[in-house]
Write a protein that binds this ligand. Structure first.
Ligand code: GSH
Length: 86
């Protein structure tokens, strides 16, 4: 099963929603809290090619995007397959 890496801040409803969906899927999640970490936030913008919001999510080596993209993957029926992949 792929590990999900999720960058979050504490008071972020999109982060909570994404984490709830991943918990519902029993995904293995590595959460990185970036509250107040300006250097990490700047690095995230680089890593994502320009996204400055949280959450930012990777499944294994595959960049997903934010909460909306995670939910869209699930609605298309692709999330389970991605989580099950090695
Ligand atoms: N469409 C994005 C929206 C994410 C979003 O707006 N996140 C807020 C926090 S809940 C954010 O990052 N705001 C800018 C900031 O905190 O610097 C998603 O689905 O992840």
């Amino acid at each position: 099963m792929s590990t999900v890496k999720i960058y979050t801040t504490r008071f972020c409803p999109y982060c909570v929603h994404a984490k709830q969906l991943l918990a519902h899927k029993a995904a293995t999640v590595d959460e990185v809290a970036v509250d107040g970490d300006r250097a990490m936030r700047a690095k995230l913008v680089e890593m994502t090619g320009g996204s400055s919001t949280v959450p930012q999510i990777w499944i294994g080596d595959t960049y997903v995007g934010g909460c909306d993209e995670l939910v869209a993957l699930d609605r298309r029926g692709e999330l389970d397959r991605m989580l099950a992949a090695n």
